[in-house]
Design a protein around this ligand. Structure first.
Ligand SMILES: Cc1cc2nc3c(=O)[nH]c(=O)nc-3n(C[C@H](O)[C@H](O)[C@H](O)COP(=O)(O)O)c2cc1C
Length: 135
């Protein structure tokens, strides 16, 4: 299995509905391909962790790199793993939208992001700082 961490810049600032769309579609596909991890969005910046079968992770990262919805995709870390660090794939972003979003499977509120205890320390630090800037 492979584990990849990346950051990227959204091509435009995304609305809650656009983020919801990305969440729902990605969650479906990720569950089909056994991809687990986390996608964070804040103020036009994404940070993602994807893990799973090497072939699927590589293909997904390739898709993300070529996706015109974002630019400047930078891979921060990549390493082979024998055990997953995440049980599922979830997404988190701040929203002023309706509370209904909380009931969407795969959405976690920023303060509820739950990291595995053995997560790469660099990822934990990134996650912790990701939502602190409220500009
Ligand atoms: C920041 C970002 C993260 C994404 N994460 C995922 C993901 O985890 N899973 C997924 O299937 N698509 C994700 N996508 C969408 C993919 O880039 C792509 O649209 C999707 O894999 C379908 O590709 P295809 O239509 O060429 O098969 C993401 C897009 C962006 C911009």
């Amino acid at each position: 299995m492979l584990y990849t961490v990346y950051i990227s810049a959204a091509a435009t600032l995304l609305t809650t509905n656009e983020l919801k769309d990305l969440l729902v579609k990605s969650q479906l596909r990720n569950s089909d391909f056994g991809i687990t991890g986390l996608l964070l969005y804040n103020n036009g910046v994404f940070m993602g962790v994807i893990e799973g079968n090497r072939q699927y992770v590589t293909k997904l990262f390739d898709n993300i790199e070529n996706d015109t919805n974002n630019t400047a995709v930078i891979k921060l870390a990549e390493q082979p793993i024998t055990e997953r660090q995440f049980d599922t794939w979830t997404m988190s972003f701040k929203t002023n939208g309706p509370d209904g979003l909380k009931n969407i499977q795969g959405y976690v509120q920023p303060h509820q992001i739950c990291l595995p205890v053995n997560i790469d320390r660099r990822v934990a630090e990134l996650v912790e700082t990701f939502f602190t800037c409220d500009k």
